[in-house]
Design a protein around this ligand. Sequence first.
Ligand code: S3P
Length: 435
Amino acid sequence: MSEIKVRQVEPFSAEITVPGDKSISHRAVMFSALSNGVCDIKGFLASEDCLATVGALRAMGVKIEELNEERTHLRVYGNRGEFQAPEGPIDCGNSGTTMRLLSGILAAQPFSTELVGDPSLSKRPMNRIAIPLEMMGAKIEGQGSRLTPPLRIQGTSKIKPIEYDSPVASAQVKSAVLLAGMLGKGKTSVTEPSLSRDHTERMLDYLLVKLVREGNKVSIWGDQIPESRDLVVPGDISSAAFWIAATAGFPGSRLLVHSVGLNRTRVGILDALIRMGAQIRERVDESGCEPMGSIEVKGGELQGIEIGGDQIPTLIDEVPILAVAGAMAKGRTVIRDAAELRVKESDRISTVAENLRRMGVLVEEFADGMEIQGGAQLKGAVIESLGDHRIAMAFAIAGLRAKGETVIRGAECIETSYPGFADELSQLLSSTRRN
Ligand code: S3P
């Protein structure tokens, strides 16, 4: 098990680019694999999660070439929506996106597949995708009432259209249903309680698949395959968020992030930090499939805020770092309506609360969130990542402001989403000294 050691730093000035967006990378390779020709992908995130998607597609007969050593430039040969039955179970590793989106595609294949995952993924509920996909005609078996993995999917070439009212705002559920619908017949619609990230809709639209969006409802027509087109993946705002939060609440620090995704369904963390008083400026280029641009941050004192409702899906993966920003801000930060966090790579409500307490912060935990008393001097502590990459990174950032040493245990999980985080951190640590 690897460890990262962090200590308090002086205000810093940095200019960074972050690796490709995880959500968009998964979709780029899956949708290219479904397409009618050859697609080049630039800026692909060569992290464990996205490589699990590449491995899964290769196991089903898709040819994927790596065009550079870093594996960020891929060439995918589309198979027109028809995969081959894999020889054995498909290992999705730690990746919920791989398992859930792939399930939508597999529901429409005329063979049976087994999907397995690591101990964390094996605890995550798959009934949320199994319910609509079974309504569409697939048969899905999992463990217990929440259908945790291993998952067995018996697909069908006769997927039926549905009108699905999703009980959760989940891009993974929405995408699984839309993918099955696109490979089936007729018009399939998904409505979600509030808008989750819309990368699937944007990319399918860019690949000339007919779909219509009306508020929180998306409809797609069956018998379609994506047109092959080259794709560019912007930097991951969820990875940039760690450095943005580290800077925003640190008077005297400055940061410039280049070529990062600025999709409105993903930038809730910027909006939240701005409400906390952060000085953040965005420059957005809207000309591509996804908005992207640069972010400039000037550090200052932050104030606690209350956050919940429709804002939560727009920063669902950023709640751990938002909680750390709340601990460094003056006053209370209250996070509500975020019960989804309990079924992420770890139970992020309890993992965040426990680790903040270890650093000397007063935290009250609710079923759907937490209240953090900010403003106290953080103390260095031993942090358990519990195999959750975003916990490991959020608390490494907290360690930059804590008195004494912070040790992040189980830091290898960072490789699932942000290869290069530890190097970026050690550069920061060596460029600024504080005793
Ligand atoms: C993702 C959607 C989110 C997010 C996950 C990636 C995606 O999950 O937490 O890291 O790529 O669709 P939900 O859609 O289940 O909230």
